[in-house]
Write a new protein. Structure first.
Length: 247
């Protein structure tokens, strides 16, 4: 535990997001100021354009502020070079993990999609009874189609990201870095709710389950970290450390 890792460059992607978001916010503010002094008639789109640019600038600024604690957490995990665990994988282990990760993501998305379809059909039936307008069929069908596309495309995009990422994982008490992706479970109202090791697949996978509030409801996420050969005992020890955060 707490084994120092070799000194090597690992890009702090949250910090890049902060930098780019601040630059974009400044450019949008500058564009709004230029628009205001350009002589454009406010009643012919000038005010609307300034409002739009201001809204986008505010959105970029908020994005930067949200990512500041993520960047700090990334630095604690990577830059201090002192994680709970640092695992390196063979080509075969990494390929098996990518396959297992895709299978799990598709299974979760299919279950969620089935629930969404059932709820959508119930809502559609109620709308048709109340308003008898067939346009609702097209609207609900479009929503279901869009969600279906996301459910099947998103896991495959993640698979490509993992294929291109480093075949390693860093695990800390508050965050993890897996194959070039960074996740943390202690920010923006998130909290750890469970940990386990899934051993039914081709490679053991450590699961870190957390939830966080959204505008609609509480959403759950799973951080998946493959356990390389010979590291099972260490993985079980990590579970005990992480479970202390569960309340």
């Amino acid at each position: 535990m707490h084994t120092p890792i070799p000194v090597r460059p690992i890009v702090n992607k949250p910090r890049k997001v902060i930098r780019n978001a601040f630059i974009l916010a400044l450019l949008l503010v500058a564009a709004a100021i230029v628009t205001g002094y350009s002589g454009m008639d406010g009643m012919k789109g000038g005010y609307a354009l300034i409002l739009l640019l201001g809204f986008l600038a505010m959105s970029s600024f908020i994005t930067a502020m949200v990512y500041i604690p993520r960047a700090r957490e990334f630095d604690k995990l990577v830059s201090e070079l002192n994680p709970l665990a640092h695992w390196i994988y063979t080509e075969k282990e990494w390929a098996l993990f990518i396959q297992e990760d895709l299978k799990e993501n598709l299974a979760v998305n299919k279950a969620t999609l089935r629930l969404v379809i059932i709820v959508s059909l119930v809502v559609l039936a109620i709308l048709l009874l109340l308003y008898r307008d067939s346009l609702f069929i097209l609207i609900i069908a479009g929503i279901i189609g869009m969600l279906t596309a996301v459910a099947f495309v998103a896991p495959r995009i993640r698979r490509q990201v993992l294929k291109k990422g480093n075949q390693e994982a860093l695990l800390g008490e508050r965050s993890a870095y897996i194959g070039g992706t960074f996740q943390t479970w202690t920010q923006l109202g998130a909290r750890l709710i469970g940990t386990d090791i899934y051993e039914e697949g081709e490679i053991p996978v450590l699961h870190i389950i957390y939830e966080f509030p959204t505008l609609q409801a509480t959403q759950q996420e799973i951080v998946r970290i493959p356990v390389p050969a010979g590291k099972m005992e260490e993985a079980r020890g990590l579970l005990e450390i992480l479970r202390k955060q569960i309340k």
